[in-house]
Design a protein around this ligand. Structure first.
Ligand code: ADP
Length: 447
């Protein structure tokens, strides 16, 4: 096992990794920007190095600065967290060539799955269902028209390098296809420097269901069941839960098996999430793989009792997974609400600033993963998430009741946060029925 690692991240995920390290007897090294000098991850790590000014392009994304900190700190490995450099295959490669283990998949596996069109081909090769669509990238308007005729409108144009919903466009009919194609290409070129796009049938009102997988370097690949992340605003997840409400047991088994086939076929090790959309007849279709730990990993930890960060460290150190698929049981129901420094009364406008007073909810079944404290100033430069409120109870109804009770207890004075919005979602009949899809929030709350 490693003696010392560097965490190339900030916020709650940096704390989450420091906590796992401390319990495993691993020393931790934090990096921080000038805007984060008073952050909790700097205080809790064993050592910390400033890597640049507030702007992430000049600090958390500066590969040479992070490698320099790893050298000064004399660490064995680097954990990238999520966001920032977590899915950057070049960074992954530089870590390894500089003598530091990268806590994640190999650069080759990361690259194979990072390109969506390649990942889609791998899904097909591994007998994992994909949305009907083009055979590879679309080169010309004529080719797009031909494919769209076969799969039927509406169609979705997707950037192969896409992420965060960028480079995605729906075309309702042939008349709008060429324009939508051009818009998607332009957006993808500007955002990712790669204008490659492909076509998929647009699935109406889908649910978003994803499977947590972890694999070691010895051929062991297991899943930790699925999460439903259909409560989204502009493709950003707001609430996640496990297990999915309203997914027949046979479908659950099929979707989890498909995810394991995908990861095994990609010769991938470490943590991954295989994402699917599920239509109203419970057909599931692969959409992408996230080759890193995800924000919503705690709900899978709660229902299985497995510490995913410790598992990541274990397999990155070359050890075998300490459990098999048969050891993993799903117990109870877990829900996570992302608490963001945003004002739900004003179109979720970001609301950075000083937290004057803070009361964190507690009690049976409540977990709060957060880096904030009373007197902390939420900087305007980064993601607006200030914490994740997670509950775990024997049933979904009990989990919802506990979450509503915990949200009511939470006090954050000085900045607006999204807690009141979550409470509205949690009492909505559609959410309570578990029938909600990815358009639910827009339809019911933002319309
Ligand atoms: P990104 O990486 O940009 O977030 P994804 O491929 O993960 O893109 O898709 C983001 C969201 O877009 C999904 O959660 C789903 O809500 C929607 N989506 C993706 N593919 C389709 C499709 N074929 N039909 C309908 N909705 C889709």
């Amino acid at each position: 096992m490693f003696d010392k690692i560097l965490i190339a991240n900030r916020g709650e995920i940096a704390l989450r990794i420091i906590r796992a390290c401390r319990e495993m007897g691993i020393a931790s090294v934090a990096v921080y920007s000038e805007a984060d000098k008073d952050s909790m991850h700097v205080q809790l790590a064993d050592e910390a190095y400033c890597v640049g000014p507030a702007r992430s392009a000049e600090s958390y994304l500066k590969i040479d600065q992070i490698i320099a900190a790893a050298e000064v700190g004399n660490v064995d490995a680097i954990h990238p967290g999520y966001g920032f450099l977590a899915e950057n295959a070049h960074f992954n490669e530089v870590c390894r060539s500089s003598g530091f283990e990268f806590i994640g998949p190999s650069p080759q596996a990361m690259e194979r799955l990072g390109d969506k069109n390649t990942a889609r081909s791998m899904a097909i090769a591994n007998n994992v269902p994909v949305v009907p669509g083009s055979d590879g990238l679309i080169e010309t308007d004529e080719a797009a028209i031909e494919v769209a005729k076969q799969i039927g409108y509406p169609v979705l144009i997707k950037a192969t390098a896409g992420g965060g919903g960028k480079g995605m466009r729906v075309a309702e009919d042939e008349a709008s296809l060429a324009t939508a194609l051009q818009q998607a290409r332009n957006e993808a070129q500007a955002a990712f420097g790669n204008a490659g796009v492909y076509l998929e049938r647009y699935v109406g009102n889908p649910r978003h269901i994803e499977v947590q997988v972890i694999a070691d370097g010895h051929g062991n690949v297991v899943h930790l069941f699925e999460r439903d992340c259909s409560v989204q605003r502009r493709h950003q997840k707001l609430i996640e839960e496990a297990p999915s409400p309203n997914l027949p047991e046979e479908r659950r088994q099929a979707i989890c098996d498909a995810a394991v086939r995908m990861i095994r076929g990609a010769e991938y090790s470490n943590a991954a999430t295989v994402e699917f959309i599920v239509d109203q007849d419970d057909n599931f279709y692969f959409i992408e793989v996230n080759a890193r730990i995800q924000v919503e990993h705690p709900v899978s930890e709660m229902i299985t009792g497995i510490d995913l960060i410790k598992a990541q460290l274990t397999v990155a150190a070359g050890e075998k997974l300490p459990f098999t698929q048969d050891d993993i049981q799903c117990t109870g129901h877990a829900i996570e609400c992302r608490i963001n420094a945003e004002d739900p009364k004003h179109q979720f406008r970001p609301n950075p600033g000083k937290i004057q007073h803070l009361f964190v909810p507690g009690g049976l079944g409540v977990r709060f993963d957060s880096h904030v404290y009373a007197g902390y100033t939420v900087p305007p430069h980064y993601d607006s998430m200030i914490g994740k409120l997670i509950v775990h109870r024997p049933t979904r109804d009990q989990a919802i009741a506990t979450m509503r009770r915990a949200l009511a207890e939470m006090q954050v004075d000085g900045i607006a946060v999204t807690a009141s919005f979550h409470d509205q979602v949690l009492q909505h009949p559609e959410f309570l029925s578990g029938q909600h899809d990815t358009k639910f929030v827009e339809r019911e709350f933002l319309g």
